[in-house]
Design a protein around this ligand. Structure first.
Ligand SMILES: *[C@@H]1O[C@H](CO)[C@@H](O)[C@H](O)[C@H]1NC(C)=O
Length: 587
């Protein structure tokens, strides 16, 4: 007979396992060839379920630290056990931010907020596709790390690694340079505040705590809505109490400022433009989670005194402005006792969304293939502003004041999702592993399987990546709709936590509304149109190139002779510019 103490410890194990929702239907991504198989009319739609499942699988691939025993990604290993040692905190877990191995808190908090938001609004989408247990695991991986990063009162770790960490190593997960100078942790504190990142972390935790306490954010002005099935009240309570601590710091620590003023070491990677948007988003989520009027008043006052709503601009890890009236509407409806004016926020939300539908947004254009393109923000990450705007269109769709607007928002969102999933001049399906036309060489050190680990061989070692980075969404095509599937082309092929998170919202939405139409790529049988920067086919390029090269060589010979010193200088600068892929992560 087992002793009492054995039984007690067994019970403790069961309790801690039970805290996580059980995986009843294990999911691993199907081969990309399955992307050509129609699902039929049954629900949940198999292809949309795969998009949601693969998107969550991507977060498994990006995990850092010790991996669980039943881990799905066979080619990943435990990594960076010493992260955080320099500040006395175990920060080995969490996620690698993008194609390389830094960890970055500001984009992570946005990603976690978006992930929680998708579950709060479209929980039945996750439930119906049997993806809720994976949502649970993906959220905890981020939240547990944020709880660690904020475990010292008044402090928050904001980045692990430096520009050098990002630049010198492109190998696998077992030899990541991990000396103290390779992976230092930097933090903001009550005396040296980072208002934006602290408020953003508070918002993410408040959103997750709502989800874990079985709450929802309304997707419509009336009717019942099913929560995501992952309730864990104890976890919800610890997240909420930490969210309150952090928001208190964001609200009261002086001066309120962008976090790179406190920690200049983040500026190369993720400098923030403004902190008022994070304050409003964080306060609104705390108001929705708690029903406390101190948060709703602060959200409302900060919103009013900083010129919101925005009628244009990009929604992304840095700029949350366009999302604010949507979350304020949902908070107003979730907690009517707060007396927030839902109709004012609905009118505000529609100013931005109507500008999308009318295609008359200031500072935004559309590519010839139809991709929403925000000048500046879209240049290095063309799909991100489009997909993020689409999330607002679907999150808000059923809250619209007229059914005509609902239809307009949904069809605008569909146009951007269709573009991403293959309805574009390059015939590329921009999520990795979904379809034969998905990218093969996203900029990901993990998936590449380089033998040398050298950044200088990024495109050739090996020529095609060793592992499929299922679920990864690349930055996207150039403004002329051309795409080059090359790892060194970081503006097009880089993948990051925040390039995938909008798809969680978009796929969960389709599943939540019982979509029966397959995503665009299922009927896409045309070959990838290899267009490279000039926007022309390979054949045309070769033809033109031969003609041009002869002429140019002649000219170069003349100029080279006349300006020898100058040409050498230019060539050096271009070589430096080629290293930029690993130096910048501004998505
Ligand atoms: C994980 O370890 C195996 C075995 O050593 C190795 O072959 C593989 O490349 C590692 N994975 C990554 C992502 O580095």
């Amino acid at each position: 007979m087992p002793s009492l103490s054995t039984l007690v410890s067994l019970a403790a194990v069961l309790v801690s396992v039970n805290a996580q929702s059980a995986i009843t239907t294990p999911y691993t991504p199907p081969d990309p060839s399955q992307g050509l198989k129609a699902s039929g009319k049954s629900t949940p739609n198999r292809q949309w379920s795969n998009i949601l499942g693969n998107s969550l699988y991507f977060y498994d691939i990006q995990r850092s630290g010790k991996l669980p025993a039943d881990f799905r990604v066979s080619w990943r290993n435990d990594s960076v056990p010493n992260d955080g040692k320099d500040v006395g905190i175990d920060l080995s877990g969490g996620y690698f931010d993008a194609g390389n191995y830094i960890k970055a808190t500001l984009p992570l908090c946005w990603v976690m907020t978006q992930m929680a938001w998708s579950g709060l609004t479209f929980g039945n989408g996750y439930n119906s596709a049997a993806q809720t247990p994976y949502l649970d695991r993906a959220l905890r991986q981020g939240m547990d790390w944020l709880l660690q990063a904020s475990s010292v009162d008044g402090e928050l770790v904001v980045i692990i690694g430096t520009e050098k960490t990002d630049n010198v190593y492109f190998g696998g997960d077992q030899n990541i340079p991990a000396g103290p100078s390779d992976r230092p942790a930097f933090k903001v504190t009550r005396n040296n505040p980072g208002t934006d990142v602290t408020a953003s972390c508070a918002g993410a935790m408040a959103a997750a705590s709502m989800l874990y306490s079985g709450q929802i954010l309304p997707a419509a002005t009336s009717g019942n809505q099913e929560p995501a099935d992952l309730q864990d009240d104890a976890y919800a309570a610890s997240l909420l109490s930490r969210a309150k601590m952090l928001f208190d710091v964001a609200q009261n620590a002086q001066p309120q400022q962008v976090y790179q003023k406190a920690v200049p070491q983040v500026a190369w990677a993720y400098a923030s433009t403004d902190y008022t948007d994070e304050l409003v988003l964080g306060a609104a989520l705390l108001a929705a989670a708690t029903g406390q009027s101190n948060y709703s008043s602060y959200a409302q006052d900060t919103y009013n005194s900083n010129g919101y709503p925005l009628t244009s601009g990009a929604l992304n890890w840095d700029g949350h402005g366009p999302a604010l009236p949507v979350i304020m509407t949902q908070a107003a409806l979730a907690k009517p006792q707060l007396g927030l004016n839902a109709n004012k926020y609905r009118a505000d939300a529609e100013k931005y969304l109507d500008n999308l539908v009318s295609k008359k947004m200031q500072g935004a254009t559309y590519t010839r293939g139809g991709l929403f393109y925000v000048k500046g923000d879209s240049d290095d990450s063309s799909l991100n502003p489009a997909l993020n705007a689409a999330t607002l269109a679907v999150l808000y769709s059923r809250l619209a004041t007229t059914s005509q607007k609902t239809q307009g928002y949904l069809s605008w969102a569909s146009s951007q999702v269709d573009y991403t999933l293959g309805n574009n001049p390059a015939n590329v399906v921009y999520q990795v592993g979904l379809h034969p036309n998905s990218p093969k060489n996203p900029q990901s050190a993990l998936a590449t399987g380089s033998f040398t680990g050298q950044t200088s061989n990024i495109d050739t070692d090996p020529p095609t990546e060793r592992w499929v980075l299922y679920g990864g969404i690349v930055d996207g095509p150039a403004k002329d709709d051309s795409f080059s599937d090359r790892r060194s082309d970081w503006q097009e092929t880089e993948v990051a936590l925040d390039t995938v998170s909008p798809m969680l919202v978009l796929a969960a939405h389709r599943l939540a509304i019982g979509e029966t139409t397959d995503p665009y790529y299922v009927t896409l049988t045309a070959d990838v149109n290899i267009v490279d920067d000039g926007g022309l086919s390979t054949g045309a390029q070769v033809g033109i190139a031969i003609g041009v090269v002869v002429g140019v060589l002649l000219l170069l010979a003349i100029f080279g002779f006349l300006f020898r010193g100058k040409i050498r200088e230019r060539r050096i600068r271009r070589r430096q510019a080629k290293h930029i892929p690993l130096e910048s992560h501004q998505c």
